[in-house]
Ligand binder design. Sequence first.
Ligand code: UD1
Length: 418
Amino acid sequence: MSKLVIEGGVPLCGVVEIQGAKNSILPIIAATLLADDECEISNFPDIGDTHIALEILKALGANSTIHTNSIIVNAAGAYGTEIPDDLMRKMRSSLMFLGAILSKNRRARVSLPGGCDIGTRPVDLHIGALKEMGVVFSEAHGYMECEAKNISPADIVLTYPSVGATENIMLAAAKANGVTTIKNAAKEPEIVDLQNFINAMGGKIRGAGGSEIIITGVKNLHGVKYSVIPDRIVLSTYMCAVAATRGNAVFKNVNTSHVSSVLAALSKAGCKIYDLKDTVALECDRLNAINSLMSMPYPGFPTDAGSPFVAMMAGAAGTTLFVETIFENRFRYVGELLRMGAKIKTEGRAAVIEGQKKLYGAPVEACDLRGGAALVVAALAAEGITSVSHAEFIERGYEHIESVLTELGARIKYEKDV
Ligand code: UD1
C-alpha cells in the first residue's frame, strides 16, 4: 500500500512533459506476440499496468528489457497459452492478450479479468466476436478455455463500440487467412495507434479512427521501432489539476487533436487555452460551472477524464451536471470528495456538483485509478493536508505523479507503507 500526502492550496505553475499513453502501450505490448523478431517501443510509460503487461509477456515466454523511456521486447518464441490468474485479476486489459495468443497458438487459457471496479464490465463483445472467428469457448475450474482450428476472418458488427473488443479483434485478425471487418468499431486514438503499430510490423489494417475497420490478414509480421502516442487522459488530469489550483502550465509531448472535447469543456469553464498542437498551455484565474457535460465514446468527452473534471468543478463557482454514460459505477470517489467539503449529489449515472469556495484536506482513500486521480486534483486545490491512501491505484496509470506535481510547485510526499 502507498499513500500520497498533499498540502493543498498552491497554484500549480510550470512545464509538464506528458508520458506515453497507457491505453496504447497495453494492446501494443500484446501485439508484440505477433512479431517474428524484436520490437523497440519508445515513449514507454513506467507505470503499474505496463509492468503487469510485461509480466504477462514473461509468463508467456517472452523477454523484455526496460530502458529509460523505452522497452525492447522479443516475443518471437513466446508460445505460452495461459495467463496466470493473479495477473489477469490485476488488470482488465490483460484480456487484450487473448486475441494475440489465439492468433499465435490457436488456443488459450485465461480467467476472467479484473482491473478497476467501475462497473460490471462484461466481456460478451470480446467473446462473441472471437466466436465468429471460429474460437470455441468452454469454462472449467474458473478458467476460460479457448480453442480454434483456425482463426477465420469474419464480418463483425459490434453492438457497442467497445475499445477493448475492437483491439482484440484487430489482434486476432492481423494474421488470419482473409479479410475481417469490424463495423461500429471504437474510434479512440489508441485504436489508430494499434493499427499504425501493426502496419509498421507489415500488417494490412485500414479504417481505424472511423467506424469501419478492415483487416487483411498477413502471413508474417516483423519487429519494429515504434513510439506510442501521448497519454490524453494524463494530460486531461494535469490540466484539471492546474485549473483547480488556479495555476498556469505548459504541457509538452501532447496531441491536442486527441483532447478537443476536454479543451472545449475547460475553456467553457473559464480556462484560457493556448493550443500549439504538440504543446498546449493552460491559464486559469477563475473557474465557473458549466451547465452540463456527458462522457461519450471518442470523439466525445472521455469517461476517464470525467473523475478529475468533477473534482475540479467541485471548486468552481456555480452548479454543474456531469453524466457518465459509459460505466455505471464511476462515482465511488465522490463519497471521498464529500469528506473534503465538496457538495455533490449522485443519482445513478448523474452527478450534480455544487461548486464550493473552499475544499479542505482530509484522509481519503483511492478506490480506482481515475477516481484516485480525482482525489489528488481535489487535494491540490484544498486548504490543509489530504492523505490519499491506496495510491497504488493511481500508480497504475500515472508515471511518477509526485515528481511531476512537485515540479509544478505542489507540496506532495509519497509514502510507502510496509
Ligand atoms: C478502455 C480503456 C478505459 C476506458 C474505456 C472507455 C484500456 C486499457 N482501457 O476500456 O480506460 O475507460 O476504454 O473509453 O484501453 N462492454 C460490454 N461488453 C464487452 C465490452 C465492453 O458491455 O464485451 C461495455 C463496458 O461494460 C462499458 C462499455 O462497454 O460499459 C465500454 O467498454 P470498453 O470500451 O470495452 O472499455 P475497455 O476496453 O474496458
